[in-house]
Design a protein around this ligand. Structure first.
Ligand code: MN
Length: 409
């Protein structure tokens, strides 16, 4: 007779992502589902960053890994998919992404967490008021810190601080870091992109995590803080709270579905804000299409007269207003288009306007190979749509017809 209690795992999670105050688009992607949590931070021009991050996240999510070996395979597959897509599409050459994943392993009798990481997105664990970074950054500055050549402060302003030493999709092969952890009740995990950790230090993050707000509120608060500090990059936060219940398996009356009590029971209390959510306000768009590299410019000592200040201010306000207006127009509206052989919704004018390229709003699983010539022609002709709902209705209609065509065969 088995009298040992079974550990029943219950997770609560919530996430938030935002493009920040400087970047023209959000190259972060995330996924949160029962037992699988992923954050990716893409890089590469011409939407390469968005494509790489979304392809990688989607590949891992579709693999639905049930243990460490499957998770490792899924990440290897994500690397292959991103790398091959980059080779096939000249405009996507050189794209890559970080990929950080926490998953529940269902292979063992008691559930465990399996973690894998490539790049400089991070997983932290908050336990007993202590914050611990579990992953190791695969970045040039982290390498210098590990070798004792520079400290954290020097790393924060280092000209090469954005340079990764490992990423998904850059090479045909990728080395993956991995960890296996036992679930401990009360643990709070945080997956995040560097847009958060470049703006906030560990003590500020710990302070927010210790407030014990629900995961979604915590994630939103952290992303908002990163934006308040400058929001120089896209930031993404995914919070996962661990609850462990001991279920006495000898007590038959306790759990009618005893056969299932050995596998983790995952509840889905909170839908994360996925990157497709419309959170941008046009006024935030300032027309910067490249990241601001130096965070110390404000502190430069410049001696100027009041007259210069007033003239400069007037010029500045006028230019900002112009750029904001053009930017607002350039980025208003949506259209359905094709990126990396997938049908996507893009935000902005067809073909872009001045230096405002359309940005990826929503990635879909629909591939161009599935489309009829007529649909392909419609996509290449382009059709400017006024709102996201119209574009989504177009996709729904396309998807419905694809399903009908398949079932008709
Ligand atoms: Mn980033």
């Amino acid at each position: 007779m088995n009298v040992s209690p079974t550990r029943r795992l219950r997770l609560a999670w919530g996430g938030a992502t935002d493009q920040g105050r400087i970047r023209a688009n959000n190259q972060d992607a995330m996924h949160a589902d029962s037992g699988l949590f992923v954050v990716a931070d893409g890089m590469g021009g011409h939407q390469g960053g968005e494509v790489a991050a979304n392809l990688a996240v989607r590949t891992v999510a579709q693999a639905d890994p049930q243990g460490l070996a499957q998770l490792r395979d899924a990440v290897t597959e994500a690397n292959r998919v991103v790398h091959e897509t980059a080779l096939e599409q000249p405009e996507l050459h050189g794209m890559g992404t970080t990929l950080t994943t926490l998953a529940v392993s269902r292979e063992t009798e008691s559930p465990q967490f399996v973690l894998v990481n490539v790049g400089d997105s991070r997983i932290y664990r908050h336990r007993d008021s202590q914050l611990e970074q579990l992953t190791e950054d695969h970045s040039y500055v982290a390498e210098l810190i590990r070798r004792g050549e520079i400290d954290e402060e020097a790393a924060a302003v280092h000209p090469y601080r954005n340079m990764l030493t490992r990423a998904i999709g850059v090479h045909a092969e990728v080395e993956i870091d991995e960890w296996v952890l036992d679930p401990v009740a009360g643990d709070r995990f945080m997956l995040c992109s560097d847009g958060l950790t470049n703006e906030l230090d560990d003590s500020e993050i710990a302070e927010q995590l210790a407030l014990e707000q629900d995961p979604s509120a915590t994630a939103k608060a952290l992303v908002a803080l990163a934006n308040n500090r400058g929001g120089r990059d896209n930031s993404t936060v995914l919070i996962v709270d661990v609850h462990v219940e001991l279920v006495d398996s000898a007590n038959g009356g306790l759990s009618p579905d005893d056969s299932e009590s050995q596998s983790p029971v995952l509840e889905r209390p909170d839908e994360p804000d996925l990157p497709t959510n419309e959170t941008e306000e046009p006024s935030v768009e300032q027309g910067h299409s490249s990241p601001v590299k130096h965070r110390s410019w404000l502190y430069d000592r410049v001696h100027i007269t009041l007259g210069t200040v007033i003239i400069s201010l007037v010029l500045l306000v006028t230019s900002v207003a112009m750029v904001t207006t053009i930017g607002w127009y350039a980025r208003s509206g949506y259209h359905v288009s094709v990126v990396a052989n997938h049908v996507v919704i893009q935000k902005g004018r067809i073909g872009g306007l001045l230096w405002f390229e359309p940005t990826l709003q929503q990635w879909t699983e629909i591939q161009t190979i599935q489309l009829t010539d007529q649909d392909l022609q419609r996509l290449s002709d382009g059709e400017q749509m006024s709102d996201l709902a119209e574009a989504q209705a177009f996709i729904t209609n396309l998807r419905t017809r694809l399903v009908e065509a398949e079932s008709g065969n």
